[in-house]
Write a protein that binds this ligand. Structure first.
Ligand SMILES: C[S@@+](CC[C@H](N)C(=O)[O-])C[C@H]1O[C@@H](n2cnc3c(N)ncnc32)[C@H](O)[C@@H]1O
Length: 217
């Protein structure tokens, strides 16, 4: 594949736009669904939880989140206008029932008041954070005391084999992510790395290692 094509894939993964972006949103939701479910399960959602997700893509997984407990609210934040629109459309019933709320933001400043959320999660976005330490402090600010943050990402050892990750991506191993978190007031209370089979671009099944870090305020 040409450098230009690889760059275009990386840029769509970072910020889906246009017709190709809709396809990318569907593909991401499908191929990353195990990772997303793992992040959600590690939140141990209970009745009354207010949950924030950063970078939900098309948010086809929000239905699964609402199956975890009664009386919960979901807030989604995106930087991509297209993913924001797709997510609102796919989840229009939850939106009209005022159970799910979607907003756009700049990727740095979370547009919510302090201590609003009991749980926060994010899947496959850490690679694109412009200022990781600052964003973690923002998440810390909007979490309640003892609130939980789950960060789920594919391991650097797997990701670096994909030709498009040389553009746009800052890759993380568990160790690198832990070092980042140590610079913040978060406590690491859990971590799990799993291996799953995913289809590669050429169609064969490959092993993908991914990790969820569970942090407490
Ligand atoms: C690779 S996709 C992952 C989507 C979904 N979470 C998944 O795992 O399938 C990354 C998504 O995060 C969004 N994004 C990129 N940087 C972000 C940031 N700093 N905060 C929140 N979302 C971000 C992109 O617009 C894109 O929709």
């Amino acid at each position: 594949m040409k450098q230009e094509e690889l760059k275009a894939i990386a840029s769509q993964l970072k910020h889906p736009t246009g017709e190709k972006g809709i396809e990318m949103g569907n593909m991401m939701n499908e191929t990353n669904i195990n990772m997303t479910h793992h992040s959600i399960q590690n939140l141990h959602i209970q009745s009354g939880d207010k949950i924030l997700e950063l970078g939900h893509g098309n948010a086809g997984h929000v239905e699964f989140l609402f199956e975890q407990a009664q009386n919960i609210k979901y807030y989604g934040l995106e930087m991509s206008e297209l993913m924001f629109q797709e997510a609102r459309q796919i989840n229009r019933n939850f939106v009209s029932q005022k159970q799910a709320f979607f907003s756009l933001y700049d990727g740095n400043k979370i547009p919510f008041e302090d201590a609003l959320f009991s749980k926060v999660f994010t899947v496959n976005t850490i690679y694109f954070w412009e200022n990781p330490e600052q964003l973690l402090l923002e998440i810390y600010r909007v979490l309640q005391s003892k609130g939980i943050l789950c960060i789920t990402f594919a391991e650097e050892s797997f990701m670096k084999q994909l030709p498009f990750t040389q553009f746009e991506f800052d890759l993380y191993s568990t160790e690198k992510a832990e070092k980042l978190i140590e610079k913040t007031p978060f406590k690491i209370i859990g971590k799990e790395t799993l291996t799953e089979k995913v289809k590669s671009k050429t169609g064969e099944l490959v092993d993908r290692d991914f990790t969820t870090l569970v942090l407490e305020k």
